[in-house]
Ligand binder design. Sequence first.
Ligand code: FUB
Ligand code: ZN
Length: 611
Amino acid sequence: MRRGGTPAAPSTGRLRPLGLGEVTLRPGFWQRRRDVSRTASFAHIEHWLEKAGWLPNFDLPSGLRRGREFSDSEVYKFLEALAWADDPALEDRYRAIVARVAAAQQPDGYLNTNFGRPGQAARYSDLEWGHELYCHGHLIQAGVARARTHGHDDLVTVAVRAADHVCDTFGPDGIASVCGHAVIETALVELYRVTGDRRYLEQARLFIDRRGRPVLDDIEFGRAYFQDDVPIREARSLRGHAVRAVYLAAGAVDLAVETGDDGLLDAIDRQWRHAAARRTYLTGGIGSRHQDEAYGDDFVLPPDRAYQETCAGVGSIMLAWRLLLARGDARYADLIERILFNIIATSPADDGTRFFYANTLHQRVPGAEPAAGTQVPRAASSLRASWFAVSCCPTNLSRTFASLAAYVATSDDDGVQIHQYTPASITAGGVELDVDTAYPDDGRVTVRIVRTPDTPWTLALRIPGWATEATVDGIPAAPGYARITRRFVAGETIVLDLAVRPRVTVADPRIDAVRGSVAIERGPLVYCAESVDLPPGVALDTIRLEPGTDLVERDGAVIVTGRAVPVDDDAWPYAAPGVSDAGTAVEIPLYPYHRWARRGPSAMRVWIPTI
Ligand code: FUB
Ligand code: ZN
């Protein structure tokens, strides 16, 4: 049986990933979204890559080049998505794009449509902003995906030639610097895993060790923006531009695992824990600074300034997944689940052709829908947009959805671990399982043993941190992994009940921006209130929750009771504390955050004040 490849394939670690050929998604929450991505989003992305000129850049003379300096990478991320999808019906489209990309490669393996050609800046003349190694990194990642799903082909050849060029140019005797946007590091380690050529691993080590000495020019955002402020082993936290930070950390985990560098792995783990505890939104999203798309300082997590770039969610999953494989701690899988349900599921529209780039947690006034077929600047859209001048998120989603099944389960010498709950068939060695569930609507998960060795083995089921009343076959199970070790019998079922119920969540008091507010969660889903669900005349920004309100489930909503506090639009907005029960009582229906703005423009908030 084809293993189908997997997006991170470490040679060692606590857990082994399963290939896409070993986990098949069945109808449910994630299969539906994966399929929309494969059908509608793929076609939409290809359409825009042509229309915006980013694919034609590979065919045309340099003078006609269009798009930002990193637009080649969107073509590569789309190729990576096509590679993971490994769908014969898409093969002709894949080959046609690969042919155009291959034709643009220089004889020495260099490939970038924005540098080095007549009238363009010289190669590697702008390592801070030029993104050349970043683009090479995404090209190599696409090649790795294709090699793993299909075997060697033209794209793999192009990727290997690009990697050789990178090693020739930035090796021990070459340019002693790094790229302003990390990703080449993880790409090179992954290519080493595919080819066995240690040169790529050594090059990744050079890039990771050089950064932070510092090697790049200082910039207006400061060197922390591209993690060139301190050497990676000495950093206290993930910091700077969020996507850069998590891509770099993912590469460092890859390097640490392949070289047995526990010190480096410990350093990244420490930074991850620091950032998870102090710099991460309830949704699992990261980035609270718009100007530089960056992490804020500790506990600076204002909901109305939540940037939470979709790509940062993707990168954060890549990092947490690598740490999970290396260390096996359920905390990593908990964060992956949070990001999946609250960032990855939120960004795309139902039809897969519009996307959130930034994911705010508080929209004060209903946004304006960008006209279909228009390209909007970076994060300027207050609603999902078709395409962006910086359109990193749609292609990043496409490769994530195409490889999503790989994040469901793993194996080790003891058995199989299920990390994410979704209807699926899982094969690992002599074990075959069917997972059936309506999660996250319902917390019941049934695992049927389809095939089993006749010797004892261990089935490990992740109990999320929030699931404090979970049971496995009726027996209470604490957060972490519930491990069942026995001689299983084909046909038997194990029933996990995660006891999904609405709950009230408060934040650490140091997250000042939401002091005195609560959020409602249900299972892995964060809920939000939208203005379209409030009675006429009640403004979302004037509501406060009644202390001790019931949480009533009705038609997919959680209904809470609140009050609309009277406000005076003309008054000086500060006064002595008011009477706490002022205002009109109002029912507030809350729906999953990932559903927000699917019924048209609306104001929205996740955190609801109680005062
Ligand atoms: O710089 C390339 C991509 O564009 C980054 O990863 C995103 O944050 C966006 O700025
Ligand atoms: Zn993005």
